[in-house]
Design a protein around this ligand. Structure first.
Ligand code: UD1
Ligand code: CA
Length: 449
């Protein structure tokens, strides 16, 4: 059965007090929108339509960055959640199969929950996702009898008796695309807010003799982000879940509460992650690799047997093959380190290819930027780069070659050669003592003056 997902993301998010559209604020190094889209994609939908409004261009960019197949429609002005869904009608009204509405600012709906809603569709024409709220606040209330849903009442329109109900509306709603758009065309805006409410659908369905039902999920899944405080709460909730999952999956976390994951972090079984490690977007770590404390990783891949850190920074495009060692105060960007490469200390490797079993001495820098353009450094297999070598790119060092410590390498180094790119040492016998004696005399003369 085909499924279409509609993600509502037009709202301004006034209470974020921000110039950035709400759904572009980050949790786990990813915009809120990507979390909702992750849930959407778990259903392997035929179509995903994102309804944009405030910051439409940026929101659309974020949507297609997640999945090129996302289609975006602009809702302007924003006249309510039903009005928002109706923007997708031109794209989806002829779709057979199911339509599910998600909110861009509700990041934690689980795939299993959405599956349960699709199953409940066998019993009801319209299915709404509800939850028992500890503090029901201003949520819409579900007036239900067991699984049967009579109607949804928005807080603003609710009587005191209805406000006492603790079963609340998450906003997620499912129906056949046909029924959804048919009912939406009947929604009116005769309510306190003067908006077209998606929450009118259950009542409209029942008026046509169709049934509406509730599926209940845990309140933690429906955590919506409306304020910076809730954004921080969402981050904390995500991290504690991600840590528990990593441990469950056989990853050793020495100090779990100090490790921060991204939405798309992948870590293999038997990897070891030390304390205070931060994962930015797009990091994959294979089984059996080790990341020691205080590392900052983003956009990189660490293979089996590799050891990274402590205090290493891997930036986008850092590819570490098996058994690579990257030590303290090393930064690596857009570089491929083949098997067994060692970069132990105080080094910058950017825009480089390094062949297997090459050793990079302390303080080495690939000088990759001439102020205008970036250039690549290529180093062969089993090479030995002496400490404090400056590799002025574009430059190539051949297999089994060696650079002398302190060299500034501006010309290619042939395979098996030694490159000396530094001033020749000259020793002046006795000069140190003579110099010191003179300086001390000058200082003593000044003291007397
Ligand atoms: C909505 C529900 C409420 C539910 C709550 C759960 C309605 C009428 N009310 O209330 O029952 O308990 O969510 O969080 O649906 N949006 C648009 N275009 C619009 C209006 C909203 O895209 O014209 C988007 C917003 O960006 C947001 C989502 O829809 O992602 C929900 O809108 P919001 O205004 O936050 O609804 P609530 O008042 O919270
Ligand atoms: Ca809301």
């Amino acid at each position: 059965m085909s499924v279409s997902v509609i993600v509502l993301a037009a709202g301004m998010g006034t209470r974020m007090n921000s110039d950035t559209p709400k759904v572009l604020h980050h949790v786990a190094s990813a915009p809120l929108l990507h979390h909702a889209l992750t849930a959407a994609r778990s259903l392997e939908p035929a179509r995903i339509v994102v309804v944009t409004g405030h910051g439409a261009e940026d929101v659309a960019k974020a949507a297609t960055a997640f999945d090129e197949a996302c289609e975006c429609v602009v809702q302007d002005p924003q006249l309510g959640t039903a009005h928002a869904v109706s923007m997708a009608a031109p794209l989806l009204a002829d779709m057979s199969g199911e339509a599910i509405v998600l909110y861009g600012d509700t990041p934690f709906i689980r795939p299993e929950t959405l599956e349960a809603m699709l199953h409940a569709r066998a019993r009801h024409s319209v299915v709404v996702l509800g939850f028992e709220a500890k503090d029901p606040g201003r949520y819409g209330r579900l007036i239900a009898d067991g699984e049967t849903l009579h109607k949804i009442v928005e807080y603003k329109d609710a009587t005191d008796e209805e406000r006492a109900v603790t079963l609340c509306n998450s906003g997620v709603l499912c129906a056949s695309a046909k029924v959804m758009f048919d009912l939406i065309s009947k929604v009116e805006n005769s309510n306190v807010a003067g908006e077209y409410y998606l929450t009118d659908l259950p009542e409209l369905a029942r008026a046509q003799g169709l049934s509406a039902g509730v599926v209940i999920c845990d309140e933690s899944e429906t955590l919506g982000v409306n304020t910076r405080a809730q954004l921080a709460e969402a981050e904390a909730a995500f991290q504690s879940r991600a840590r528990a999952e990593a441990l469950e999956n056989g990853v050793t976390l020495t100090a779990p509460e100090t490790v921060f994951f991204a939405l798309d972090t992948h870590i293999g079984r038997d990897a070891i992650i030390g304390a205070n490690v931060l994962f930015g977007p797009a990091v994959t770590i294979e089984s059996g690799a080790e990341v020691k404390g205080f590392c900052h990783l983003e956009g990189c891949h660490i293979s089996r047997g590799a050891v990274v850190g402590p205090f290493a920074r891997l930036r986008p495009g850092a590819e570490l093959a098996e058994d690579v060692h990257v030590g303290n105060f090393v930064e690596i960007k857009n570089a491929i380190l083949d098997e067994g490469v060692k970069v132990g200390h105080l080094t910058y490797i950017g825009d480089a290819d390094i062949g297997e079993f090459t050793n990079i001495g302390a303080g080495t820098v690939t000088c990759n930027y001439d102020g205008v353009m970036k250039h690549r450094t290529k180093i062969g297999k089993r090479a030995f780069i002496g400490s404090d070598t400056m590799l002025v790119a574009p430059v190539t060092v051949g297999d089994d070659a060696l650079t002398a410590s302190g060299s500034v390498i501006t010309d290619n180094v042939p395979a098996e050669a030694v490159a000396l790119g530094r001033a020749k040492q000259v020793n002046k016998p006795g000069l140190a003592t003579a110099l010191m004696t003179r300086l001390k005399a000058i200082k003593a003369a000044k003291g007397k003056a």
